[in-house]
Design a protein around this ligand. Structure first.
Ligand code: Z5A
Ligand code: MG
Length: 216
């Protein structure tokens, strides 16, 4: 039996991650695959509840503390994620390590420090980065309610994501497998969905227990 695929969506706020994650999961299910969706931060745990208080501006925390809470939230759910994958379920995830590094380093935290707390986590088989301008994102529904939803800050996050993308694209080509793909998010839902499906179809099959991990 093969393990499931770990597919990650990353991008700025309102880039369409949740929309495309849902469409991908539906399409894979229609083909008969077993699929689950996950979203970080997972706000239902105690750690997630503290993160939610921070994001909704009811609690203030220093930049290092909130960074480590986001990371702790991934760690507390890591075994459950691996168990799902090992049981043959494809998991479509909305935000993960890369959001952690991009948002915290955009505040001015040391980039190398930001990566440290996530080293050892399972690396996604494919990360789909939805690329959008902060101005276009801010014109989409629901923008402006949470702490990071300001065009000036999102511009800094975009610059950090560009650094991450460059690094991950080099890593992808050195490893000979496309584990990071950047797509223009300012195209139609259906065009993007078709592009995403073709990239997901190209992800190689792997056996349970066979993972790459986040590392330097
Ligand atoms: N954060 C962090 O700092 N550190 C970490 O480690 C992690 C996260 C994991 C909460 O994230 C915050 O946590 C986030 C980063 C930080 N803060 N910010 N900024 P969240 O994921 O919970 O945020 P959210 O509320 O779900 O928003 P979102 O994920 O950014 O939105 P989205 O999922 O990318 O977009 P969407 O909901 O699919 O679409 C937004 C709207 O655009 C909606 O009206 C759609 O109908 C529309 N849409 C979608 N696609 C299109 C296209 N192609 N064309 C036109 N309109 C579209
Ligand atoms: Mg979302």
């Amino acid at each position: 039996m093969l393990r499931g695929k770990f597919i990650l969506f990353e991008g700025l706020d309102r880039s369409g991650k949740s929309t495309q994650a849902r469409k991908l999961a539906e399409a894979l299910k229609e083909r008969g695959s077993r699929v689950e969706q996950r979203h970080y931060p997972e706000r239902s745990t105690q750690v997630g509840s503290a993160i939610n208080s921070y994001l909704t501006k009811t609690k203030s925390l220093n930049d290092q503390a909130i960074h480590l809470l986001f990371s702790a939230n991934r760690w507390e759910l890591q075994q459950a994620l691996v168990d799902l994958l090992d049981s043959g379920v494809t998991v479509v995830v909305d935000r993960y390590v890369y959001s952690g590094v991009a948002f915290s380093s955009a505040k001015g935290l040391d980039r190398e420090w930001c990566w440290q707390s996530d080293f050892g986590l399972v690396r996604p088989d494919l990360t789909i980065f939805l690329d959008i301008s902060p101005e276009e994102a801010s014109s989409r529904g629901g923008y402006g309610e949470e702490i990071y939803e300001k065009v000036s800050f999102q511009s800094k996050v975009k610059a950090e994501f560009a650094l991450i993308a460059a690094k991950e694209e080099i890593r992808s080509s050195e490893a000979g497998k496309a584990s990071w793909v950047s797509l223009n998010a300012q195209t139609s839902l259906e065009t993007l969905h078709a592009q995403i499906l073709s990239h997901v179809d190209a992800v190689p099959d792997r056996l349970p227990g066979d993972y790459d991990f986040m590392q330097k």
